[in-house]
Write a protein that binds this ligand. Structure first.
Ligand SMILES: CC(C)(COP(=O)(O)OP(=O)(O)OC[C@H]1O[C@@H](n2cnc3c(N)ncnc32)[C@H](O)[C@@H]1OP(=O)(O)O)[C@@H](O)C(=O)NCCC(=O)NCCS
Length: 146
């Protein structure tokens, strides 16, 4: 299976939003966020393409030496094939070239797959943020030094 990691462009936004909805339902980021970040300079927005189909994407922003992952999503049908790892690795390499020293992210404590995904890829939990996603829905903040 050949996976191409490419920058997201305006024509992809409809599909990107579909994937966001598939992964997060009513917790999805609003569509305008994706339109907005596409215009911004301090953003890394990458898609994973398999046989001309967008299978997933990663979105991150950065300021001085720190990058924050806003979201990483892989369509259900394409999970556990290494696509998420490929997106994350590509983002890490890209921001490392910009002298970014640290990547941070928040992940819902109940999202065991994503928590495991990050821990296995060298991220460490730095703190628990109570009610981050709404009442009773806590987040871990995690980081990786590059
Ligand atoms: C997290 C996510 C991006 C991973 O994408 P992916 O393409 O499946 O990732 P990979 O195939 O590279 O790796 C899969 C990893 O998921 C984790 N995982 C998968 N199924 C799991 C399960 N049942 N229990 C725990 N961890 C699991 C493991 O870490 C696994 O890695 P391993 O095979 O080395 O053990 C994907 O599950 C996803 O899109 N989830 C929904 C959106 C989401 O929660 N995003 C995170 C926002 S912070």
């Amino acid at each position: 299976m050949e996976v191409k990691i490419l920058p997201v462009s305006r024509e992809d936004l409809e599909t990107i939003y579909e994937i966001e909805l598939e992964c997060f339902g009513e917790d999805a980021y609003p569509k305008y966020l994706f339109e907005y970040v596409l215009e911004k300079k301090n953003t890394v927005f990458l898609k994973a393409v398999v046989d001309n189909v967008i299978a997933g994407f990663i979105l991150a922003t950065y300021h001085s030496r720190e990058c924050t992952i806003l979201t990483i999503n892989v369509r259900k049908a394409y999970r556990n094939m290494g696509i998420g790892s490929n997106l994350l690795k590509t983002l890490e390499k890209e921001v490392e070239k910009m002298n970014i020293e640290k990547i941070i992210l928040q992940v819902e404590v109940s999202n065991k797959t994503a928590v495991e995904f990050y821990l296995k890829r060298g991220y460490r939990i730095s703190r628990l943020i109570k009610n981050y996603y709404g009442l009773g829905r806590d987040a871990y903040e995690a980081f990786k030094k590059l």
